[in-house]
Write a protein of this length. Structure first.
Length: 541
């Protein structure tokens, strides 16, 4: 056992974020923390690092935090760069200073031995070799070289200064330093952000084989499914532990809820039955002993509380196209997309009701294709054509930065001026803008709230073709599940880009994969695509 928290809580002034935390992690255990946005997941990570202090919670057990022995904790927010002038390689090598120091001593000692062989020096050198091997001296170069490549950096990038990299790239460099430092407890908060699918798959394998404990906060359900063996859910300020993968957690949660609800309802019926007997015979002397027996039976019961409903506050909208398209919705022939040069050539056909998931690494043409289809940028060559009666709804990530000095109500109403106040409030309420929320200024909304507003506007128009660029960004798991179900039940056609493989596997029944300057169309879903990719990789070995 590394850490065990019993009945802990965290408050900020009068606001209690976590009110009853029971959490433990053992050596080599892989644990996920899941829950709605704002439920306290990152707060719990800060408690594990000691950045925030806990106090006694609302549970019955005494509050305690127990730690076993000495161990080091690695958290991305604690990683800093030694110097902005350092190259990427110099910054990565900072992690290996102890190994580099031993390596330098070995080289100096070897030179001395070559000049003057001495038994004492030979023994000292042999001891250094053993120490060097134990520290990973013979594998560290391969480890960091592999990681630099998997995180999308080139050989030329190794020599670039830290100051020259973008914010996302700097985050990846800090992430590499964290992984290479091999802490005893690795804390990862949304680790798949800024990573493409290839890097995420590599990271899954890395974490599975990691020899120490890992705690992951993530909305990436497939990443959790493939890396952890225990899930903690934070709901209504309390933690609950589920053993197994993410899919086991989902199943156990449903089963536990139904079992507790059934037990609660059965017990309540039994109490009512006993109380009816008590009331019936309360004033009959001959039944006094029986009445007392029934009352004691009720007193001895351990009351089973009615389980809290899942915290499922999310988008609610019954959405179908305003008009139906012809059968063939999109025809793409030798379409080359890009700016200064072609990124890929695309050929495909989509029929009404089909859902196309577009996948691939960053910067290779996925979003460029969508922009071409909505005519934001011109095609370089080739052609594409939408079928008759096609009405397109387009969502992109710029909508998360949408600015307006108007209130949410006015901003929405200006786009749909024929709606009355009740209709506007109903539409906005379906996307979680209720009560005073509708009078918030758009400029004061979070990224997730702006995404909800943009989706609300798009769905209100009831298009029959949806073109979506990373629609699940800024969404928590419940929001993603809601959008999945909406799109699965949607009778129109969907074309979407996403890095969320779980989302892709649920929604897409066709795949367009960008890789190596090519775009290949597959007439089946993501699970079949992964099997095909696995077979290809195995055939190359």
């Amino acid at each position: 056992m590394l850490i065990k928290i019993t009945n802990g809580s965290v408050s900020f002034g009068a606001d209690t974020v976590l009110e009853c935390v029971n959490f433990d992690i053992k050596e080599r255990e892989k644990v996920a923390i899941v829950g709605r946005n704002g439920c306290g997941k990152s707060t719990l990570l800060k408690c594990l690092t000691g950045e925030l202090e806990m106090e006694e919670g609302t549970g019955e057990e005494p509050f305690s935090i127990a730690k076993t022995g000495k161990f080091n904790i690695g958290h991305l927010k604690q990683i800093a760069f030694s110097s902005e002038e350092n190259t990427l390689l110099q910054e990565v090598l900072e992690v290996f200073k102890p190994i580099l120091s031993v390596e330098e001593k070995m080289q100096i000692l070897l030179q001395d031995i070559e000049k003057n062989s001495d038994e004492k020096k030979v023994k000292e050198y042999s001891a250094l070799v053993d120490k060097f091997e134990f520290m990973g001296g013979y594998t560290y170069k391969k480890e960091y070289s592999t990681m630099i490549k998997k995180f999308g950096f080139s050989e030329e990038d190794k020599l670039k200064r830290i100051a020259e990299f973008s914010g996302g790239q700097r985050t990846k460099i800090a992430f590499m330093k964290l992984l290479l430092s091999h802490p005893d407890l690795l804390l990862l908060d949304e680790p798949t952000n800024h990573l493409d699918v290839g890097a995420v798959k590599w990271l899954e394998n890395y974490i599975r084989s990691y020899k120490s404990a890992v705690v992951i906060v993530s909305h990436d359900r497939m990443f959790i499914e493939r890396t952890v063996d225990k899930v903690y859910e934070i709901e209504y300020g309390e933690t609950r532990c589920y053993h197994g993968k993410y899919s086991d957690f989902e199943r156990q949660k449903r089963v536990n809820y139904q079992q507790q609800l059934k037990s609660h309802e059965y017990q309540q019926e039994e109490i009512k039955r006993l109380m009816r007997l008590v009331e019936r015979f309360r004033y009959k002397a001959t039944k006094a002993r029986m009445v007392q027996s029934k009352l004691k039976q009720i007193e001895r019961m351990k009351i089973i509380d009615k389980p809290d409903r899942y915290d499922l506050k999310t988008i609610h909208v019954n959405f179908q196209p305003r008009v139906e398209t012809v059968s063939k919705v999109l025809f793409v022939k030798d379409l080359e997309v890009g700016y200064d040069f072609p990124l890929a050539k695309i050929n495909l056909e989509l029929k009404r009701g089909e859902k196309l998931g577009i996948i691939g690494d960053n910067g290779i043409g996925k979003s460029t294709l969508l922009k071409t289809l909505v005519r934001e940028i011109p095609a370089l060559s080739g052609s594409f054509e939408f079928g008759l009666r096609s009405e397109i709804g387009y969502f992109n990530q710029q909508m998360a930065q949408y600015k307006s000095g108007k209130t949410v109500f006015d901003d929405f109403h200006d786009e749909f001026p024929l709606l009355n106040e009740t209709e506007v409030r109903t539409a906005l309420g379906s996307f979680l803008f209720s009560g005073e929320d509708v009078f918030k200024c758009v400029d004061d909304l979070s990224g997730g709230e702006r995404v909800r507003l943009a989706l609300c506007k798009m769905f209100k128009k009831r298009p029959n073709v949806l073109i979506l660029d990373e629609p699940t960004n800024h969404m928590d798991i419940v929001g993603k599940e809601t959008l999945e179900n909406m799109l699965i039940g949607y009778e129109g056609t969907v074309i979407f880009v996403s890095h969320d493989r779980y989302f892709i596997s649920k929604v897409a029944n066709k795949i367009l994969s960008f890789s190596g300057g090519e775009a290949n169309f597959y007439p089946f879903g993501y699970e079949e695509f992964e099997l095909l990719e696995k077979e290809r990789e195995e055939s190359k070995r």
